[in-house]
Design a protein around this ligand. Structure first.
Ligand code: DP6
Length: 422
């Protein structure tokens, strides 16, 4: 049978999580291969709340590689997509599906075209690490489709890294370290899992999506300017991070929340100090971000030990870690007091994700939010201002697992008969 007449489509759907670094990656030593100037460590977030789902399909009837992101066609022409596609294709194996009469030889992957559809279960515009989940999911699902077998542990993470540096950390669940590596070809610049999501299950992670209409400098541009101009970044990558990574690994291994919180906050603050030290300076945090830091710092100081940790990426959103549900409830009470929803919001859209903590603290309606009182650490102060509308919404989540393959075709984003988006 001529290939033109072959109408088969083979497809795979997978889901990959996003991740938030507690030791930040900021700065490349090789822009093309995306090789970092220091190690970084992140927590993978629960994919039920923050993840990308991707369907990849192959068929002799497709005439070019095409991709749809959140329903809209996007170009695959960019270097980062091309690098990922090339690296995966060259590792493809024979795939035979006898039932459906599909035979793909490993060399066929070079000429067969792909259709890719991807979607994020959280708003891309919110400035949450969508490229990390997206590239991790792309590489993972293509590897499944083409039956790619890793020649060494972490080989797939090195391919995801070519899409976006932080994406390499989204190929595992729990706690993940991206080792900067030494090789010039980047083969040892891979992610490794430090602990599974079960290791520190009690942790609660709260994301505050901060209202902002400002266009931010992209991470890629920002870090390249920092490498060029910031002396503090050189000091950070050479002197500070190597020691900090060891301390962080120990704190996580021992579930030592006090040390974990101190290092996490210090690392976020140093990253933003590097941004200020960049010429021209880059401001990612805004007034609301600073108020969140104040709220946490004041509370931590009044208790004498860290209650929660905060960290900020290349934008104003805060990600906060609490050691357990009880403390997470106290944190939410404080944040809802300082940042009540503005009148355009409904209560159910203001806190999303795992909202069971709200029930535990007895906050179930707008009325309950209005009756929250100032936290005790504020009592001695004359002013207790609140800032309605400063936060768009909160996502309540936890450490989560790595990518998964969906066996069920119900999850597919492409029509199994046409190979086009549903
Ligand atoms: C601040 O991975 O988005 O979130 O490699 O250029 O794609 P590229 O950058 P990206 O940078 C992430 C920076 C960060 C810190 C982190 O996730 O470690």
């Amino acid at each position: 049978m001529g290939e033109e007449l072959q109408r088969w489509i083979l497809m795979v759907t997978a889901r990959a999580p996003t991740n938030i670094a507690v030791i930040k990656y900021w700065g490349k030593r090789d822009e093309k291969l995306i090789l970092p100037i220091n190690d970084s460590i992140s927590f993978t977030l629960d994919p039920d709340h923050l993840s990308a789902t991707t369907t990849v399909a192959v068929s002799p009837s497709f005439t070019s590689d095409r991709m749809w992101l959140n329903g809209k066609e996007v170009s695959l022409g960019g270097e980062r997509y091309q690098n990922c596609l090339r690296e995966i294709r060259s590792r493809g194996n024979d795939v035979v599906d006898e039932k459906n009469g599909i035979v793909i030889r490993k060399e066929d992957w070079q000429r067969l075209h792909l259709h890719i559809a991807s979607y994020n279960n959280f708003p891309t515009a919110a400035g949450l690490a969508s490229s990390a989940a997206g590239f991790a999911c792309l590489v993972y699902s293509l590897a499944k489709l083409m039956d790619v077998k890793e020649k060494y542990q972490g080989e797939l993470t090195a391919i995801a890294r070519r899409g976006s540096g932080s994406a390499c950390r989204s190929l595992y669940g729990g706690v993940v370290k991206w080792q900067m590596g030494k090789e010039t070809d980047g083969s040892d610049s891979i992610a490794v899992q430090l602990a599974t999501e079960k290791h520190w299950e009690e942790l609660v992670i709260l994301v505050a999506v901060v209202s902002s209409r400002q266009k931010e400098t992209s991470s890629t541009t920002g870090m390249s300017q920092s490498v060029e101009t910031s002396e503090l970044l050189r000091h950070r990558s050479q002197e500070v991070v190597p020691k900090r990574v060891l301390q962080m690994e120990e704190a996580i291994a021992n579930r030592d929340f006090g040390s974990f919180a101190k290092i996490t906050c210090a690392d976020s603050n140093q990253f933003h100090a590097v941004c200020l030290d960049t010429s021209p300076p880059i401001f990612y945090m805004n007034d609301t971000s600073h108020r969140i830091i104040n709220c946490v710092e004041r509370w931590n100081r009044s208790e004498g030990t860290p209650q929660v940790a905060y960290t900020f990426d290349a934008g104003p959103n805060a990600v906060m870690y609490a050691p357990n549900r009880k403390v997470a409830g106290l944190l939410l009470q404080r944040l809802l007091f300082y940042f009540p929803p503005d009148s355009s919001k409904t209560f159910s859209s203001y806190v999303i994700g795992d909202t069971s903590i709200l029930e535990e603290i007895g906050v179930n309606s707008m009325k309950d939010v209005e009756s929250l009182t100032a936290p005790p650490e504020l009592k001695s102060e004359s002013s207790s201002s609140t800032f309605p509308g400063g936060i768009d919404y909160f996502i309540c989540t936890r450490p989560g697992k790595g990518p998964i393959l969906f066996r069920n075709e119900d999850q597919a984003l492409l029509n199994p008969k046409t190979g086009f988006p549903l």
